[in-house]
Design a protein around this ligand. Structure first.
Ligand SMILES: [Zn+2]
Length: 367
């Protein structure tokens, strides 16, 4: 483990709030019926806008800006004017719009919504990324890059994130050919790009800059699993602990993952007030840290081109969380997912069992 850098000499830690901005394909036994832009992207609910607009409001209230990775293939479903309207709002408010890819949306162009067999064939034969040839990836990604550039009015397109984080070496080569210089798909040690790139540290490969998601290890008495910093799956104490640990170990760039529907979605509730409160706490904390800069990809890319060491220096330290932080998350997020419930109840029963054994032993020794 690397030694902690004394805070007075620590370099800046750049913090990127990244928001995958997308609708759902809405697939079920009857076919695929995508929801509207007003649902998972704008989060319109009882007169409020709880999706991307609320995320922008919360950032702007603190003088910060975010990065919206828009699914580049939604033009197969929604009118271009409707897409341009929300993209232009993001740009006018000073946020970044970058490239997110769920290429299965291309199948809405060729398959009727009810025809699941056609869709399955379309995805298997054409509309996928990892495992596909360089030539096919280039064709698919060019369509996406062209769409984003059209919606943004030709702004420089800088960064890409695969749907479900998928990307491989051919993806990087294709992005490079399309003048998209940054990939932000690398997530965890099992990712295809992790064979050649470090976690938690920006690095260059195939002429591309990779900025990975912020990975951490959850260690429960030797049973380890990797997760990443995500508004939806980490508690506030976990977020604070892993960010503190990264700063102390000179991690230069930390990426927060969220979705346009993080605060409003059927399974999560709408509004998901606990998630909104957690995000507010995180932003207040970041604002109070002088060594942290919350930036857009565009601003970071400008700074990096002037001095690459702002990112390539530092460490790729992977923080570790343990039993107490996991237990606290399970308590804080008891109503958000079965794994939290299982962990908390499992621990409760284990405690009761240990207590029961202890009482029996005590009674037996007294007799
Ligand atoms: Zn996505």
């Amino acid at each position: 483990m690397l030694a902690a850098v004394p805070r007075a000499f620590a370099a800046t830690t750049y913090f990127l709030v990244t928001v995958d901005t997308e609708t759902s394909s809405g697939c079920g036994p009857q076919g695929c019926f995508p929801d509207g832009i007003e649902d998972r992207i704008l989060g319109e609910h009882e007169g409020r806008r709880l999706g991307a607009p609320l995320i922008m409001d919360m950032l702007e209230q603190r003088g910060m800006r975010g990065n919206f990775f828009v699914n580049a293939y939604i033009g197969s479903v929604y009118p271009a004017d409707d897409i341009k309207r929300f993209v232009q709002e993001m740009l006018e408010r000073g946020h970044d719009v970058q490239f997110h890819a769920h290429p299965e949306f291309r199948c809405f162009k060729t398959c009727p919504k009810e025809d699941l067999a056609c869709r399955a064939r379309c995805i298997k034969e054409d509309s996928f990324i990892v495992g596909n040839t360089y030539e096919n990836q280039l064709k698919i990604l060019k369509e996406g890059a062209d769409a984003i550039r059209e919606w943004t009015g030709g702004r420089p397109l800088l960064a890409y994130r695969g749907g479900g984080y998928v990307a491989d070496e051919n993806t990087l080569k294709a992005l490079r050919a399309l003048d998209v210089p940054i990939d932000m798909s690398l997530s965890g040690p099992e990712h295809p790009l992790a064979r050649r790139l470090p976690l938690n540290k920006a690095a260059e490969l195939e002429g591309m800059l990779e900025i990975p998601l912020y990975d951490f290890t959850e260690n429960l008495f030797g049973h380890k699993r990797n997760k990443h910093l995500d508004v939806e799956t980490t508690s506030w104490p976990e977020q604070r602990a892993i960010i503190e640990e990264g700063i102390a170990h000179d991690v230069r760039v930390i990426v927060l993952m969220m979705h346009s529907f993080s605060f409003c979605e059927a399974t999560r509730g709408c509004p998901a007030q606990a998630s909104i409160d957690r995000f507010a706490k995180l932003l207040d904390y970041l604002k109070a840290r002088p060594e942290v800069k919350v930036v857009t990809v565009s601003a970071l890319w400008d700074a990096y081109r002037k001095d690459p060491t702002i990112l390539t220096g530092g460490s790729g330290h992977v923080p570790e969380t343990g039993y107490w932080l996991t237990l606290r998350r399970s308590a804080e997020r008891f109503d958000e997912g079965w794994s939290n419930r299982l962990f908390l109840l499992g621990n409760l029963f284990a405690c009761l069992a240990i207590l029961g054994v202890a009482v029996r032993l005590l009674l037996r020794t007294r007799r």
